[in-house]
Design a protein around this ligand. Structure first.
Ligand code: Q46
Ligand code: ZN
Ligand code: ZN
Length: 311
């Protein structure tokens, strides 16, 4: 296989685009495409202040690298969840990348800021049936929004790739979770008071492309998944979608793009309006929620702290 641009040996063949590229041209293609997606979906502007959620994994570090190469002003946000060795290793990767590229990284230690690590908090609540993912998800979302608001950032950016987005879309479609479908997309415009705008510049790249980019750029990232990710439904959906992709190259991309097109033509508009109208501000933290009084984050962590005090 030869590079379409220069005829040298190709480093990657992207069957869904019928495009093979050498390392040099692939490393140019990724930022060019990212810039195209940023403009197409009006994610942010040249001078926007960007907060980027960094996990230490390949997607977030590759995205940080690309945005930095494109000249955007970014600050990384790493949240220490207190998940044993995984958190220690992933923080090390995030810090190493920030230091080597002279980039600013904000650290939030959940145990320090909230009073317990994610696994400890999970044990003290009924949420998640032994898995801390539910507490973890709502805590991460809350902290990201809080840091973005307090720091006056224009947008919160995450490294979700096409495999992530297609798996979420698959799950939401199977369950006809229209409220979630209404909110899914490359940009989450939050008109609700107190919710920061979110964007996913890598949402059209396959996972193997972001991995190849990280590898070719020599980015050190944490290979291991969080130990609690094992057995997750999203992983099962990813495997199913990969099987379909094997038979029909481009299937994942067309699934996602057809969904975006349908949304553009008005599908789920009603659900989106209903969801928006249900939002109220939490009586404790002020962040928007659909709960009648306190948001799920405040209820969960109040319970954790009161159980800690009682113990
Ligand atoms: S939610 Fe669950 Fe992830 Fe949190 S506990 Fe680990 S697997 S990190 S994306
Ligand atoms: Zn080439
Ligand atoms: Zn709250």
């Amino acid at each position: 296989m030869r590079c379409r641009k220069c005829g040298e040996k190709a480093a990657i063949n992207m069957r869904q685009h019928k495009l093979a590229l050498c390392g040099t041209h692939f490393l140019e293609w990724i930022p060019e495409q990212t810039q195209r997606f940023i403009e197409k979906y009006k994610m942010f502007e040249e001078d926007s202040r960007i907060l980027l959620a960094v996990s230490g994994g390949k997607d977030s570090l590759a995205l940080w690298d690309v945005l930095h190469r494109l000249g955007y002003q970014t600050t990384g946000l790493y949240i220490d969840l207190g998940i044993s060795d995984y958190s220690i290793q992933s923080q090390r990767m995030a810090e190493k990348f920030a230091t080597e590229n002279d980039l600013k990284l904000t650290l939030v230690d959940v145990a320090e800021s909230e009073g317990a690590t994610i696994p400890e908090a999970s044990k003290l609540t009924e949420r998640g049936k032994g898995k801390p993912c539910s507490v973890c998800g709502l805590t991460k979302r809350h902290i990201m929004n809080r840091v973005a608001r307090e720091g006056g950032y224009d947008v919160l950016v995450t490294g979700h790739n096409l495999d992530d987005e297609a798996a979420v879309l698959f799950g939401n479609t199977i369950n006809w979770a229209v409220g979630y479908l209404a909110r899914q997309g490359p940009v989450l415009e939050e008109k609700a008071d107190g919710l920061v705008r979110k964007a996913k510049p890598f949402c059209r790249f396959y996972e193997r492309e972001t991995a190849a980019y990280a590898l070719l750029r020599g980015i050190n990232y944490i290979y291991d998944e969080c130990p609690y990710a094992e057995g997750a439904t999203s992983i099962y959906y990813k495997e199913l979608l990969n099987q379909m992709e094997e038979v029909r190259p481009g299937m994942k991309l067309s699934f996602y793009l057809s969904f975006l097109r349908a949304k553009k033509f008005g599908l789920f508009v009603q659900e989106s309006t209903i969801a928006q109208s249900k939002l109220v501000n939490c009586s404790t933290c002020g962040q928007p929620t659909t709960a009648p009084d306190q948001c799920a984050y405040c209820r969960t962590w109040d319970k954790v702290r009161s159980r800690q005090a009682a113990a």
